[in-house]
Design a protein around this ligand. Structure first.
Ligand code: PMP
Length: 400
């Protein structure tokens, strides 16, 4: 059973078996990933691309193999299109800066949606502020699905880029990203897809999607923190300037003029988190050897079970009821403050998230201060869903 591979899950919290339902925030790591990172630190650590010696060559090779593992996993055309960053946030900031620098002028427009994580709003706002450009917002409806007619009407001659979540971290909605991309491309506009909540749950084929940029974080796909991916079509990556300057990203440095290195190094200034990248590749290998198809089928079944159990709890309101969804459930219970509910669940050994989930516009949409969020992963079980639902009933009783 997959669960056995995750040591963190075996512990007791306040004397109760841990029920970890905060996977949208970060996932736990399988032993295979922990072993890979340990091995790197114990035997192989050396800075990449900088030494002729044995250890450096070994870690450089593992790092470039990691890039190819990610290329293969997301079906990128070229390994140079895979750039290692610090995470989804780092990737979005890089594109907002570099793309904005090259292509956005005063009066231009950027389209995002009302359900974006702050990481896919604020970097665009910063860039728009710098360039005196404008942010336009695709609204979502009461079930938590994007209003596609409104989206079509947002385009103008001034639209420069669309940035959209593949899956909402609050509503759980799987957005029709392929259609969103087709519509944008019909206007000649590129699309960045924020895959932070998708990469670990659904097949991502960047060529089939035809997205221009795709970003995600390692720690949400059972890999380490501090590592993430920025996929970009090479035609864009050649055109846009680097986000950061430093070692490794240069070809020739002169005080008069500096030239940049080839892709992907142009976007990997300084010492990258190479141990993180190798750890991330190990997480992807783990998923693949476990069988991603089987994982997805299991998660689908678990999600349906959890949804049906949650819907049967009187007084529980779920925010985000799209049929196209994953096992992320944001809800409120009978007017009980989400923080109180979260604290009481914690004492039962149940880890959930409470608050705005870095999506304040979603909270504004529903006119709530925050919600409780339970987010499931491949190692969760129906028994845990039962413990969770019993916990919610207890919380209700304590407040009645
Ligand atoms: N986008 C979405 C949809 C997310 O859920 C998150 C993380 N909660 C992020 C972006 C940012 O990810 P990170 O903090 O790992 O950079």
């Amino acid at each position: 059973m997959i669960r056995e591979d995750f040591p963190v899950l075996k512990q007791l919290v306040y004397g109760k078996p841990l029920v970890y339902f905060d996977n949208g925030a970060t996932t736990q790591k399988p032993m295979q990933v922990i072993d890979t990172i340990n091995r790197m630190l114990l035997q192989m650590n050396s800075n990449i691309h900088r030494g002729v010696h044995f250890l450096s060559e070994q870690s450089s090779e593992l790092y470039e193999n990691a890039r190819r593992t990610i290329q293969d996993f997301i079906h990128a055309d070229l390994s140079q299109e895979v750039i290692f960053t610090s995470g989804a946030t780092g990737s979005i900031n890089a594109i907002a800066f570099s793309f904005g620098e090259r292509y956005v002028q005063e009066g231009d427009e950027v389209i995002v949606s009302e359900m974006e994580h702050h990481a896919n709003i604020v970097p665009w706002q910063v860039m728009c502020g710098r360039k005196r450009a404008k942010l336009k917002v695709i609204p979502f409806n009461e079930t938590g699905e994007l209003d596609m007619d409104a989206y079509r009407n947002l385009f103008s001659q001034k639209t420069k880029i669309v940035a959209i979540a593949h899956i909402s971290n609050t509503l759980g909605t799987i957005n029709p990203v392929k259609e969103i991309i087709q519509i944008a491309h019909a206007h000649g506009v590129p699309v960045l897809v924020d895959g932070a909540q998708a990469i670990q749950h659904v097949d991502v084929d960047v060529q089939d999607l035809d997205c221009d940029f795709y970003v995600f974080s390692g720690h949400k796909i059972y890999g380490p923190t501090g590592i993430g991916v920025l996929y970009g079509k090479s035609k864009w990556l050649y055109e846009i300037p680097p986000y950061q300057g430093g070692g490794d990203m240069v070809d020739c440095v002169k005080f008069e003029k500096t030239t940049y290195n080839d892709l992907p190094f142009k976007f990997e200034a300084g010492t990258t988190n190479y141990i993180g990248a190798i750890g991330l590749a190990s997480a992807v290998d783990y998923i693949r050897t476990t069988g991603f198809d089987g994982i997805q089928a299991y998660e689908e079944n678990l999600k349906e079970y959890a949804l049906q159990r949650l819907q049967s709890i009187p007084g529980l309101t779920i925010y985000g009821t799209s049929r196209h969804r994953i096992g992320i459930f944001s809800f409120l219970l009978n007017g009980i403050h989400p923080y109180d509910a979260g604290m009481l669940l914690d004492k039962m050994g149940i880890a959930v998230r409470t608050g705005t989930h870095c999506t304040q516009p979603v909270m504004d949409h529903f006119d709530v201060d925050g919600t409780v969020r339970a987010s499931l992963a491949m190692y969760n079980t129906k028994e845990e869903v039962d413990i969770f639902c019993a916990g919610l009933e207890r919380v209700k009783k304590m407040f009645s």
